[in-house]
Design a binder for this molecule. Sequence first.
Ligand code: UT7
Length: 324
Amino acid sequence: MTLRSVIRGTGHYLPERVVENSWFEERLDTSDEWIRTRTGIERRHFAAEGQATSDMGLRAARAALDKAGLKPDDIDGIVLATSTPDFTFPASATMIQHGLGMTHGFAYDVQAVCAGFVFALANADAMIRGGMARRVLVIGSETFSRIMDWSDRGTCVLFGDGAGAVVLEGQNGDGTAGDRGILASDLNSDGQYRDLLYVDGGVGTTGTAGQLRMQGNLVFRHAVEKLAKTAHVALDKAGLTPAQVDWLVPHQANARIITATAQKMGLPMDKVVLTVADHGNTSAASIPLALSVADSQGRFREGDVIVTEAIGGGLSWGSVVLRW
Ligand code: UT7
């Protein structure tokens, strides 16, 4: 018998305010046409004033619990992937825990920027398989609108706010690639590239939150090179091949990166979940948002092989392979 972490439920939350590309046309030297053709983004959601990462994460968590038919009492811990926490500390996960009325279990944040959800999922899976928890809420929630430089057309048109969550539950499998649940993960970081995508402030340096800075074209090149590779490594570990993949649920940064990765994996685009047009890049929230949207549309069937992959600041990148 082998313990596997199975997704019992998914949920998401998107703030009410939707901002179309035309909003930027009125403020910057940019165009709807440039944004659409270079990124695939058409609109994004921005959090309301006073609406924080934990508020959105809480709503996504509640939705995932509802979908799973579970209550906060059934959960042993919360792992929140975010780079835009409500406060420097405590972890925003504790605010979600409190919002759910939980006084038991653990709650902490994982910070791996856009790769955060993949890192959090692998982390929660390791805790479940290690016997430290049976059910873990894994959440990605971000308010990147708070760290934008609104005069930088190279970044501010790309990002959006939102949250997604999954309930992971330990279930017995037989140790083969036919098991449901997480089958393999591959995580990587390389700090020599930290200047390609970073925030120019922080508690230990400027004492301010700072704003996002990115050398987009260089990140793009790393993404195209590293994402298909990490997916292949994770599939290999799982004992599966790209031909056995039913769905690619990638980090939603740029439709061109997603298409290039699918091509390298030999996957047709009808096997790719694409939400970038409506959400923009929501960093650590993008994969759980895409999972939840596709799940709510009934696109996944039990037994489907799903590959998630992401890259972000650090650089950090990785992939998780699971069977639905
Ligand atoms: O999620 C974390 C990981 N992040 C990513 O994966 C993002 C990766 N990078 C990208 O998605 C792309 O590099 C961008 C979408 C950010 C940029 O696309 P690009 O095709 O790499 O464009 P570029 O940065 O090479 O810029 C090409 C041109 C430049 O003008 P010149 O120098 O050729 O005259 C830019 O100034 O496009 C210009 N440009 C814009 N023009 C209109 C940059 N941003 C804009 C804009 N509107 N918003």
